[in-house]
Design a protein around this ligand. Structure first.
Ligand SMILES: NC(=S)c1ccno1
Length: 250
């Protein structure tokens, strides 16, 4: 997978050099290119924004630099281009970024991120590139950040960990919160590791029983309990049939 990020704060994307994403880049599983938008600002002040038409507070990011930056990024081409790139626009007015969407994006060969600052990007930029590729306007939450770069880090990590071979144990994301399957729409339950006792706190006996069926049922019940407590809105989306099937498996 190739990722391109066009931003006025390239240094904000430094975390893409470390941990899981950094290792995936080092192994050649991820090809990341970060571009400074100001490289396409041709006036002597490197201006990338201007006042909004219709008035109002703040500034709007200009079409010119974005158009030139995206055209040059696309001109780079990419062998995975047979399926083509998609534009990923982090914005509080986007569709919720979910595990399901992470899976969808992980199946694309090329993601181009356009994190905005100020009041956002002139709408004509998205309208222009929507004629040439799929556009995903996504929100990582119902809050407003100073810019979209933090969202790029979040989306990139959620997508990268789903790429084949990136997670050490291919099974790791099978039981992720929100992963497809019987645990879909359930939050992960509590996890424990050594030592068996810490400050007078032990481990649930079932986890020491060695009975895989009982352990699986306990984990599922704990996930259900946690979801009911923290995200009751997800409970109604659980598939009871999957639970029945899960019980039969156990
Ligand atoms: N909630 C998101 S994705 C965002 C981007 C910029 N500000 O908030």
């Amino acid at each position: 997978m190739r990722l391109d990020v066009v931003t006025i704060f390239p240094e904000y994307l430094e975390p893409l050099n470390v941990s899981l994403v950094g290792k995936a880049r080092a192994r050649g599983q991820l090809d990341v290119h970060v571009h400074d938008l100001r490289g396409w600002a041709y006036d002597r002040h490197n201006t990338v924004d201007d006042t909004p038409y219709g008035g109002g507070p703040g500034m709007v990011m200009k079409t010119g630099p974005w158009g030139d930056a995206l055209d040059q990024t696309l001109a780079d081409g990419y062998e995975g281009g047979a399926h083509g790139p998609v534009l990923v626009v982090p914005t509080p007015s986007g569709r919720p970024f979910t595990q399901e969407l992470a899976v969808e994006l992980s199946e694309r060969p090329w993601l181009i991120f356009t994190p905005a600052r100020y009041e956002g990007i002139d709408r004509r930029v998205v309208d222009e590139y929507a004629t040439r590729m799929p556009v995903y306007e996504v929100s990582i939450g119902d809050y407003v950040l100073a810019g979209g770069e933090a969202a790029v880090l979040v989306v990139t990590e959620a997508v990268a960990r789903l790429l084949p071979g990136v997670l050490g144990n291919a099974e790791s994301h099978r039981d992720d919160s929100f992963a497809p399957g019987a645990m879909a729409n359930l939050l992960e339950g509590p996890v424990y590791t050594k030592p068996p006792e810490w400050r007078g706190r032990g481990i649930p006996d079932v986890l020491l029983s060695g009975h895989h069926g009982k352990i699986a049922r306990w984990r599922r019940d704990e996930a259900f309990r946690r979801t009911a407590a923290h995200r009751p809105d997800l409970i109604e989306r659980c598939d009871p049939a999957a639970f029945d099937k899960k019980d039969r498996e156990i």
